[in-house]
Design a binder for this molecule. Sequence first.
Ligand code: SF4
Length: 197
Amino acid sequence: MKLTTHIKRCKKCKELVENRTQVVIGEGPIPCSILFLGEAPGKREDVKGIPFCGVSGDMLEAAAFKAGLKRKQHYHILNILKCRPPENRDPTKCEIENCRPFLLKQIDAVKPKVIMAFGRYAQSFVLGVPPSDIRVLRNAGKVVQLTNAHAVLSYHPAYVLRNRGNDIAKAFDKHFLLARKIVKGKVPKCDAKNVEL
Ligand code: SF4
């Protein structure tokens, strides 16, 4: 069975299955050198079946565009969870573990050179530490060397949206430029090395 069919039919997380409109698989070219990694679909994403398509998505798209990155051309988008948690609550440990094999297979297919990890849960995934141990603000802008790629740790676009016009938004813009540099082979000093996904 194709991976996308397998994911669409998944019923591993009972509460999410009961509340979702549809599964949000991801979006973008395969393979693709840049991968944007978010947390989980929100209300609009759940309805449309497209990741990052609400106001946060618009802001993300605009920030990426400033760095010369166009949606559906230059980056692939995936989430830690493929189904929306009710009322946009945080993903549970069990749900993250349930969905992890899908995400790993998707990343394997996309073969990114850079993963931009947006927010606590994406940072937790690339660093291999529990979400509660993640310090998003302290980590933002750091580069991590993974087994087959690099990760740029960044803010969740929803957080940036709430901080428009200040230094958070400016730093967010720089994270995309950093990702582009890494794709071109200009890898800066890494803050953590050889992290295995
Ligand atoms: S979040 Fe992932 S593991 Fe859970 S039901 Fe949806 S597709 Fe399955």
